[in-house]
Design a protein around this ligand. Structure first.
Ligand code: UDP
Length: 355
């Protein structure tokens, strides 16, 4: 059985870290890297630190608008899928690489497996939401992180086969938590003590592409009680620089995007995390760190329901109030307890045997 896994950006490298090595014990897996993220900070460090098998093909199809990028990846994938001739294409999450992978596979008559199927923020203005919905419709095998995601698929009448497998990112977070603790020097490097600082990340189009939202983001970060560490995504840096707003981050500890181990350790010991990232909301929960989400919706609704995540959009007063909340005693297991990749591999094995 040959499976082609299509990955292209940071969170997908983390997800592949959970699945690819396990999958290779039972299948002929090949990784295609679309080049959506190609720099060392957002790509290579994850392959190195998390032991993701090196890509078998690199498409170099990054850059440009969502539409142009999706089209380029789609065009580049067609001959690669024809050449590699897999039984199934595996895609992760909600990026342009996800949608292009699912669409190219469908058009070639190859079944698609979608990991993190059924996640919904119900905000169609997010490019990620569009990618999620369309990818689910194009997929045969829908591998869900949560029961909510399973219900979303049912409500939408999606035709594929659904499986609740848990969350593969949780596998990685749980597996690397103690390794990060041992290996990462980040707290010493930044001169920070556990529990004494906040960590913030932001890169969603809705927060950084519109000048008024970007300015509101900067104002919110400036209103936070310090120290605040901001591992700055290149997209956000570019937008801030173009808008002449970098100077307004004077009071913030701006650092480059961190490798996985450094980020995990930094987040684990933070007083709270403020983020517009999906993956980081989930990781904060798994680490037992309160999360303040810089959006007005989330697909990781269970973290909010459990009382560990507060949606504040870009409202500084709401963010400050959220930081004062005491997290509940309880932190139920929401994401599969570190066994999602095993379940993904079982489901893939059973499915491809039936082909
Ligand atoms: N991450 C990282 N370094 C950073 C910021 C985030 O390693 O400086 C990791 C984080 O631990 C998580 C993933 O990147 O596993 C989340 O990716 P991102 O926020 O880019 O995407 P999203 O989850 O929002 O799609």
């Amino acid at each position: 059985m040959r499976i082609v896994t299509v990955v292209g950006n940071r969170p997908q490298f983390v997800k592949a870290a959970a699945v690819s090595r396990l999958l290779r014990e039972r299948a002929d897996e090949l990784i295609v890297h679309t080049g959506q993220h190609y720099d060392d900070e957002l790509s290579r460090v994850f392959f190195d630190e998390l032991n993701v098998p090196a890509p078998d093909r690199e498409l170099d199809a990054g850059g440009g608008t969502n539409t142009a990028q999706t089209a380029r990846i789609l065009g580049a994938l067609e001959p690669v899928l024809a050449e590699l001739d897999p039984s199934l294409v595996l895609v992760y999450g909600d990026t342009n690489s996800t949608l292009a992978g699912a669409l190219a596979a469908s058009q070639a008559g190859i079944p698609t497996g979608h990991v993190e199927a059924g996640m919904r923020s119900f905000d169609r203005s997010m490019p990620e939401e569009l990618n999620r919905v369309l990818t689910d419709h194009a997929s045969e095998l829908l591998l869900c992180s949560t029961a909510t995601a399973m219900r979303n698929l049912e409500h939408e009448g999606i035709r594929g086969e659904y499986h609740l497998v848990g969350d593969v990112m949780a596998d990685v977070s749980l597996a690397f938590r103690d390794i990060a603790e041992e290996r990462s020097p980040i707290l010493d490097q930044l001169g920070l003590g556990p529990g004494s600082y906040l960590v913030a990340t932001a890169h969603r189009a809705g927060n950084v592409d519109r000048p008024e939202r970007l300015e509101a983001l900067v104002a919110l970060l400036g209103a936070l009680p310090g120290p605040v560490v901001l591992p700055l995504h290149p997209r956000t840096r570019e937008r801030l620089t173009a808008a002449g707003l970098m100077d307004r981050l004077d009071g913030i500890r701006v650092v480059p995007p961190l490798g996985y181990l450094d980020f995990l350790k930094l987040a684990r010991h933070a007083r709270a995390v403020l983020t517009d990232s999906g993956g980081v909301q989930k990781e904060a929960y798994l680490l037992g760190v309160p999360c303040v989400t810089l959006r007005d919706s989330t697909e990781w609704v269970e973290t909010v329901e459990a009382g560990w995540n507060t949606l504040v959009d870009l409202d500084p007063a709401a963010a400050l109030a959220a930081l004062e909340l005491r997290p509940p005693e309880d932190r139920p297991e929401l994401y599969g307890g570190g066994h999602a990749a095993e379940r993904v591999c079982e489901v893939l094995g059973a499915y491809t045997q039936r082909l």
